[in-house]
Design a protein around this ligand. Structure first.
Ligand code: ZN
Length: 247
């Protein structure tokens, strides 16, 4: 009787070794990529959601997340101002009901006119970011001038939205909003919403640039594009649940 040929032994050992080395190489690639990614995040704290917010750092992918986190956390917000070496005063709480103001924060050196208003800390933090990371660079880029003054039309006003008697309370009722009407440059040039939104090409470009940038740091931005009530000012507030409700 003919004997059956024995099946050739499988090269299991070699295959297993190959698979193990492939897995090891994959893990090494993932580890190197992860390490490179972490190093990149460390060098770009504006994109790193774990890096503490510092207002001297450019606006990045993670900035709005960090600003939103400050909305209901006054100590955390004031810690951001401290970390960023921004001088401010923390004033006592005032008011009651819908106009109670538990967070009254006043920036000491912001060039606001006719006076520096008392806002909430999240508004103050966003204003500082907007000034240093958007308005000042845009003024240099477009006009080759420094910004010397921001003109505003008010912060605190205990009222409902659009003056109605049954509408929701305005963010102005707690000082969580500011209306900016003009920017003045070091050569005396004044760029106002009412005169320049549809005017001189460079001034109009400047105003649209700083409006768009404000959308990265304020929860709500209303501009002349929104409605006739905002034809002469930008309304900025920190009342939304996310940054960038931009109109
Ligand atoms: Zn307003």
């Amino acid at each position: 009787m003919a004997r059956r040929a024995r099946p050739k032994p499988k090269k299991r050992g070699r295959k297993t070794a190959k698979r193990a080395s492939f897995t090891l190489a994959t893990l090494m690639v993932v580890a190197v990529a992860g390490l490179a990614g972490w190093n990149w995040l460390e060098r770009h704290p504006q994109h790193n959601p774990w890096a503490p917010l510092d207002l001297r750092v450019p606006i990045g992918l993670a900035t709005s997340l960090k600003l939103v986190a400050l909305r209901d956390d006054i100590p955390a917000c004031r810690a951001v101002l401290d970390r960023s070496e921004i001088a401010y005063s923390a004033l006592p709480a005032t008011g009651e009901g819908p106009c109670a103001r538990s967070d009254r924060t006043k920036l000491s050196a912001f060039p606001l006119s006719p006076s520096i208003p008392v806002t909430t800390c999240p508004v103050a933090a966003a204003l500082e970011l907007w000034r240093t990371q958007s308005v000042e660079p845009a003024a240099q880029d477009i006009f080759d001038r420094e910004v010397v003054r921001f003109e505003h039309m008010g912060v605190y006003n205990c009222r409902r939205m659009r003056g109605g008697s049954s509408r929701a309370w305005s963010q102005h009722s707690t000082g969580n909003a500011i209306d900016i009407s003009a920017i003045v440059l070091s050569d005396g040039t004044r760029i106002s919403l009412i005169d320049d939104w549809e005017g001189d090409a460079e001034k109009a470009r400047f105003l649209r640039t700083i409006r768009d940038d404000a959308c990265d740091v304020f929860a709500v931005v209303l501009s002349p594009d929104y409605n006739a009530a905002h034809v002469d000012h930008f309304h900025f507030d920190q009342g939304g649940t996310f940054v960038g409700n931009c109109r």
